[in-house]
Design a protein around this ligand. Sequence first.
Ligand code: SF4
Length: 213
Amino acid sequence: MPREAAKTGPALSGDHADAPTLTALRRQAEGCERCDLYKNATQLVFGEGAADARIVLVGEQPGDREDLAGHPFVGPAGRVLDECLHEAGIDRSDCYVTNAVKHFKFEQRGKRRLHARPNAGEIERCAWWLGAELNQLRPEIVVALGATALLSLLGRRVGVTRNRGEFITTPGGYPVLVTIHPSYLLRIRDRADADAERARFVSDLTRIADRVG
Ligand code: SF4
């Protein structure tokens, strides 16, 4: 049985942007100054996928590659996500892929730009766009890939470790599947541990296929 969350996060409650289409929404977001992250990022990285996608995958924020390319999940984590979706029997054309935060947050170290985790205020500000994407798409399932997505969707009462692999339903919302962000798999040094965690991630994703058929 799916568990019901007593409260939702900012992406599933309160006000959100409004536009007639996803394309119009993206155009609005290109001028966003709701937090400071637009100042240093190369460009906005909005969600992508079919307007009738049944599954919405929500990550954290664009990484270095995504920031330069202007597309979500095109770097190493995106490659892992694609492979694991395929292994779980999920067709990418059924998915819309986005992030909780639409601009890349990083710390400059010499020539390198190191990922920096968005804070709660930035996540809340950017939920203005994630909530609007979900309002447009009205998917059958939302997948929270990691803690930032989970905070935006379901707030603080749900945790990746505690609720991983579960569907959490929300009042008037969507079933949210809780799992890790695929970048986590890239950080595991031990080969056996990495293989085991990858298999567990595929198993989590298989629950989507079981549900949408
Ligand atoms: S990160 Fe989100 S809220 Fe902040 S400026 Fe970018 S689009 Fe706007």
